[in-house]
Each structure stands twice: as C-alpha cells, then as structure tokens.
Design a protein around this ligand. Structure first.
Ligand SMILES: Cc1ncc(COP(=O)(O)O)c(C=O)c1O
Length: 419
C-alpha cells in the first residue's frame, strides 16, 4: 500500500498563498537539528479519508460506473426540483441513505447538491444574508471550531457577512449566523448552539454525523444541515456534498449561489456518488452495513491504539467520550472521532512546532481558535502512516520521560539537543 509520507522540498514565502493541501515546507535547519527521530515526514494535518480505501477496494465491481462519451452533456437535469442541477438518482440515494442510517430527517425537505459541502457553506452564507444591511452579518462558531471557517468566510471580504470568531464570547448586537459542527471537528464533542438569540440563524455542519464516528442518537432535524461524501464514505476526491434544507426560499437562494458560482455540479461525480450511496443503503448488495461496520471497527481500533500509546506517559492527553446508545447499530457505542485532539501536559508551549521537529505534521490549536498546547491529528489516513505516527509518538514519549526522570525540562532538552 502506498504510504502517505512525503519528501519535502519547498520553503514557504513570508506571505503564504500555499494551499492547505500542498506539501509542507522542509523544516528549517534549527528544527531538524533537534530531531529525536529520523525517518519520513508524517502528514496528519488534513482529514484526507484514505483509511477507508481498503474497504472500497474490496467491493470490486459492485460500485463501478460506466460513463459513455455522450453521457451528461447537458447542463440540465430534469428533476423538476428546486435544485435544477441535482441528479434524480443522487437525490433518491441521499434520502434513502438518511432513512437507513436514521441520522437526519429528509421528508418534506429540499435536497441540494454542491461541489463539496464547502461550496454549500458559501451558498448558505449567501442565502442567509441580504445586501444593503448596515454592516456584514457576524458569523460565529464555538471554540474549538473547524479551522477552515474563518478563512472561507473572510476570503472574498464580503459585504454580506464576516467572521466574528468564538460563539462563547460573542456579545455584539444584531443578526448573526452560528455554525454548529456536530460532532465537532477538531475535538469530536457533540454540542448544540451557543449564542441562542432570536436574531440568529444556524447552519448545522453534520459532516461527521455517521455511525463510524459517533453513535446516532436521534434524527437530526435542523433548518440547514450540511453533509459530505468526503467524510461519510471517504470519497473526498469526487467533491460532492449535499444540504438538507427546510425553507424553500433559502433552498432557492442557495441554488442560485451555486448556479452563479459554477453553473451546477459535475454530473459524472453525482452519478458515481449516487451509485456508492445507493449501494451502501441497499442491504441486498451486502455492502451497506458492512461499510459502517468496517469504518467503525477501523476507527475503534485506531482509537484503542492511540489511547494505549498516550497512556504510557503523562506527556499527552486526549478528550474522553461517553458511550451512548446508537440507534443505527442497536448497541452502546463510544465515539471514535475523525481527529485526535491531542494536548501536551508539560511545559511545551506550542505542540504543533514541537511535533514538527519530529516530522509529525498536525494542525495547531490556534487555527481552531484554541490554545497552541493542542494539535489536531487526522485519524483518517492510511494504515502505514498512522502506525508510523504511533511509533514516533511513543519514542518521543520515551525520550522525554527518561530525560525528565533526570529532572531535565523540555527547554533544557532542546538546548542539550538530545538525539
Ligand atoms: C466540519 C467539516 N465541514 C466541511 C468540510 C468540507 O467537506 P467537503 O470535502 O465536502 O468540502 C470538512 C472537511 O474536512 C469538515 O471537516
């Protein structure tokens, strides 16, 4: 299996337009000098869901799609629904999947498709605001929030809306939009809205409300719910997301945004997504329950392994989660989030920088509005990378714990450049 380790060769400019999805810069001379570990760079800063690949490989031909050169030539589909570019087969597969899993109400709701749920997020911001207001509407989310929200919200310096940070400390008057990510990226907690005022509008980002990550405790039924093919099935490359929307006018405005932004959504991608979602819902195809079982056991195994490594020292800690009854599996289940929200417990001030020295690339707490003692590491990558990460984490712990046994603190360790 191909490993997700990378050879680094680029320096980031002072003002960086580097993509979040491009390779990280080579650690600077000072960084590499103090490495306790040699070996490849371990990239865990993105939630690239390649860990599910062995399952899809095992499915073989069952989800194969064939597209002829004359297929999908028109911009138009003929659904007759609000979202004029949504393929009928995808709409049916989405509704059926939610009925099978029991994670969201879709009856009498509008289904919209987007190029990833990222595009639908922008569409929702557009739909929930109107031109001519005295100032842009504030957009908030409770810390720690998904790190892309601030950048995505402010990217075009919109006059309609602007990022206003942490929902816990938000005290400005006037209309606002609150993003509720449930379960949360980065820390996997299940939370409701925080501000709770009458002049607020909510967007529920349910990217991870699937049985492999969290117990399904109820059918979600919110005004705007965003889902993604990336995290539900692991097919991030198809760039398919969908929204379940209660209000027709909001659905029309969101559709208008996508019409102006990209004149619809790839019909080939929709066709493939429909095939895969349909197969997962269809018990006669024998892959449905299996996919979520596979995903859940993969995530559970990884969480057991990482907790075991962390428990060997007091250097790092992880959030604890409560078991709850999962209506989909019919058993009490512990959450196994897509990310580990790792915290360091000693005098290391910036855990992202610290781990970088050992060529472990996570995403630092500050990007999530939280403190730099936290780092988010992906639990979704391929097996080889994940195991390499655990090995390296374990040797960092051993080295630091042994040195601390001699009464040496982390900054002294750095000065002594212990290898
Ligand atoms: C909470 C959350 N929302 C949305 C997205 C974006 O999903 P998509 O790949 O469908 O654009 C992600 C991706 O990591 C996410 O973590």
């Amino acid at each position: 299996m191909a490993t997700m380790t990378v050879k680094m060769s680029r320096e980031e400019p002072a003002v960086s337009y580097a993509s979040r999805y491009s390779l990280p810069a080579e650690p600077k001379e000072n960084d590499t000098k103090s490495n306790l570990c040699s070996g490849p760079v371990i990239l865990l800063s993105h939630g690239d869901p390649t860990g599910f690949k062995p399952f899809w490989r095992s499915v073989g031909d069952k989800c194969k799609v064939t597209i002829d050169s004359c297929d999908f030539m028109s911009y138009l589909t003929d659904t007759g629904t609000v979202c004029w570019f949504l393929e009928k087969e995808l709409e049916e597969a989405i509704r059926q999947l939610h009925r099978t899993v029991g994670n969201a109400v879709t009856d009498d709701r509008h289904i919209l498709v987007g190029t990833g749920s990222t595009q639908l997020y922008h569409a929702a911001l557009y739909a929930l605001t109107s031109p001519g207001g005295p100032e842009p509407v504030n957009v908030v989310s409770a810390v720690p929030y998904y790190s892309s929200y601030p950048e995505e919200t402010n990217f075009l310096c919109s006059a309609l809306y602007k990022w206003a940070g942490d929902a816990y400390t938000f005290d400005k008057e006037g209309p606002y939009i609150e993003l509720v990510t449930m379960p949360n990226n980065p820390d996997g907690q299940v939370r409701g809205p925080t501000v709770n005022r009458n002049d607020g509008k909510l967007i529920h980002d349910l990217a991870y409300y699937w049985p492999q990550y969290t117990p399904i405790t109820a059918q979600a039924d919110y005004d705007i719910m965003l889902f993604t093919f990336s995290k539900s099935m692991g097919h991030a490359g198809s760039r398919i997301g969908w929204a379940v929307v209660k209000d027709k006018d909001v659905a029309i405005k969101m559709t208008k945004y996508i019409e102006l932004n990209s004149i619809g959504v790839s019909r080939e991608s929709q066709h493939r997504a429909a095939k895969i979602l349909g197969a997962v819902s269809d018990s006669s195809q024998c892959i449905g329950a299996n996919f979520f079982e596979y995903g859940k056991s993969l995530m559970a195994e990884r969480w057991t392994k990482i907790r075991e490594v962390i428990s060997r020292s007091r250097l790092f800690s992880l959030p604890k989660y409560m078991e709850e009854y999962c209506q989909f599996s019919g058993e009490d289940t512990e959450p196994h989030p897509a990310f580990a929200w790792l915290k360091c417990n000693n005098d290391i001030e910036d855990l992202e920088i610290f781990l970088r020295r050992y060529k472990i690339m996570g995403r630092g707490g500050s990007l999530f509005g939280s403190d730099p003692k936290h780092v988010r590491v992906s639990m979704l990558g391929d097996e080889e990378t994940f195991n390499l990460f655990l090995e390296r984490l374990s040797s960092i712990q051993d080295t630091i714990t042994n040195s601390n046994g001699n009464g040496i603190k982390f900054d002294e360790l750095e000065r002594k450049q212990i290898r």
